[in-house]
Design a protein around this ligand. Structure first.
Ligand code: GDP
Ligand code: MG
Length: 358
């Protein structure tokens, strides 16, 4: 998981660090050559450059620089200290931005990360080793900032229901893993000593009910189903009634896959929400989704998503979908699907995920 992401990002960080550490010398020369041209066009850059490089440099800093270097070189002996200009960073960080984009990190997320790195480095005199550290730390803190959203305490939610069943609706496109996730969720809750019932609310897709029935049999979970073509809101309603009657803790509703251009299907989902008021609506998304994941998320969020289950984490080589989703929805990833078995299901922890990348 995150294999390609890790490889590409590490390679980009390395390449960028090398370029910055090795090439920043040239950049110091450039602004001195055309200070008059830059002054009126980019006043902001100019301010930074003049304070660090340009105007003072031409006269006084000549004295300061050797002094600084003298002291520091005495300590380390081996570093290259360079002042980094904004223009130079802009060129060089493109490699890193490209690596993020290639790994399905949405453009606005990549831009935020790159802007932050630029801010951290701009106008600074840094050593080669520091460049890498600054880039890595900025990347890490940005990614953590996006992924580490307040968690949903499902146990607390169950307690809050005070004996009424907690209703969880799984929504998302066909093939995303909703039915598989329904089964994994039931297995997860039963391991935590909670009882579950399935609502076979995908009454649209061929064999959807049988697929959930198979899981119900394997897991010894009761399934409430109607015929194909039935109103999914009614199926969930019946499952909730069953849970209330039998004191079952959790209703897991497996809904039909929806195509965002199909307004009928989306309005059906709205009806499910209106009639059954699920306590938690989880968007089930494949980690292998490309950047269209952002569009999917926006569409489904029209019914109000509480959290995300990111499936097929085991086959994802890129990892950007997770970042883009969290950044767009500002809703936490709650679980990761990590394989085809019932136990291939883990609570999402942003810090753990980051550990596997850096
Ligand atoms: N490798 C892997 N496959 C998964 C995962 N979750 C679901 N799948 C597979 O994805 C396919 C579609 O899943 P399904 O639950 O039927 O999706 P649905 O159409 O949203 O209900 C099935 O072949 C599942 O076995 C996962 O976490 N990892
Ligand atoms: Mg299904």
């Amino acid at each position: 998981m995150f294999g390609l992401f890790k490889k590409k990002i590490s390679a980009a960080v390395e390449a960028v660090s090398e370029k910055i550490a090795g090439g920043s010398e040239k950049k110091e020369i450039k602004p001195e050559k055309s200070p008059l041209k830059e002054k009126p066009v980019e006043p902001v850059l100019k301010k930074e450059d003049t304070t660090t490089n340009d105007a003072p440099k031409a006269e006084e800093p000549k004295k300061e620089e050797p002094e600084k270097k003298g002291i520091l070189s005495k300590i380390t002996g081996t570093f290259t200290e360079k002042t980094l200009s904004t223009d130079f960073l802009k060129d060089v960080l493109w490699d890193l931005e490209l690596a993020l984009l290639e790994n399905n990190v949405a453009q606005n997320v990549s831009e935020t990360i790159i802007t932050d790195i630029k801010k951290s480095l701009s106008g600074k005199s840094v050593r080669k080793k520091e460049v890498r550290e600054i880039i890595q730390n900025t990347l890490k803190s940005n990614i953590l900032g996006v992924l580490d959203l307040p968690k949903i305490d499902i146990e607390a939610k169950i307690r809050e229901k005070q004996g009424e069943p907690l209703v969880i609706a799984l929504i998302g496109f066909n093939g995303a893993g909703k039915t598989t996730t329904s089964a994994k969720l039931a297995h997860y809750f039963m391991k935590n000593k909670h009882s579950c019932v399935f609502a076979a609310a995908d009454s649209f897709r061929v064999a959807a009910i049988e697929q959930l029935e198979e899981h119900a049999k394997n897991l010894s979970v009761k399934i409430i189903k109607h015929n194909y073509g039935a109103d999914p809101a009614a199926v969930i309603f019946d499952a909730v009634a069953h849970a209330k009657a039998k004191h079952i803790d959790i209703v897991i509703a497996d809904t039909a896959g929806r195509v965002h251009t199909d307004k009928n299907l989306l309005s059906e989902l709205e009806k499910i929400v209106r009639v059954n008021k699920p306590d938690l609506k989880f968007l089930v998304v494949e980690a292998v989704s490309g950047n269209d994941v952002v569009e999917q998320a926006r569409v489904f969020d029209s019914v109000g998503i509480d959290g995300v289950v990111l499936t097929k984490w085991d086959v994802d080589e890129k990892g950007g979908a997770a970042l883009s989703l969290c950044h767009t929805l500002k809703k936490p990833i709650v679980f990761l699907g990590t394989g085809q078995e019932y136990d291939d299901f883990v609570e999402f922890d942003a810090k753990e995920v980051l550990k596997s990348v850096f």
